[in-house]
Design a protein around this ligand. Structure first.
Ligand code: ZN
Length: 154
């Protein structure tokens, strides 16, 4: 376990030293083997979703050619942000191990506490307002999915 966490931390450190992204690294492990790696690549890829955990999940899913990480473990250099936590729950690994806490990250300018707070605010009052819009066909995709015999449940 320590070996994998040390590797995740090393990925994070390498990312800073190589000036390729933020100080975050993650790996996905199955049965003691590394099946995915990720570093924070937000600035390099100009992709706000390119957090280390998401990158590692993408890498492992590509490796397995699957959208699920059954029986996998994720080792991340820092406690996942809300976006990564969502991605982790969708990927369904069996456990997540983290080194630094979100409080540690906040001390160096990576504060995601406001996202947790925004979840408690009514949609229209959030910092980024979210409004419901309902065109006539808004439920058509759900109906089509519900009736589809070719859908792949996930
Ligand atoms: Zn994240």
């Amino acid at each position: 376990m320590d070996k994998f966490m040390e590797m995740a931390v090393q990925l994070a450190l390498d990312n800073v030293r190589g000036n390729t992204g933020g100080p975050f690294g993650a790996i996905v492990v199955k049965d003691g083997e590394i099946v995915g790696v990720g570093q924070n690549n937000v600035t390099r890829l100009k992709d706000p979703t390119a957090h280390a955990e998401v990158q590692a999940i993408r890498d492992a899913c590509h490796f397995f050619s699957s959208y699920q990480l059954d029986d996998c473990e994720i080792y991340t250099s820092c406690e996942p942000c809300p976006m990564c936590l969502g991605a982790i729950f969708w990927a369904r690994p069996k456990a997540v191990y983290y080194a630094c806490t979100k409080e540690d990250a906040a001390k160096i300018g990576f504060d995601d506490q406001f996202i947790y707070e925004q979840l408690e605010v009514p949609h229209e009052d959030r910092q980024i307002p979210m409004m419901k819009v309902s065109p006539k066909n808004s439920d058509a995709p759900f109906q089509a999915w519900d009736c589809s015999s070719e859908k792949v449940s996930y």
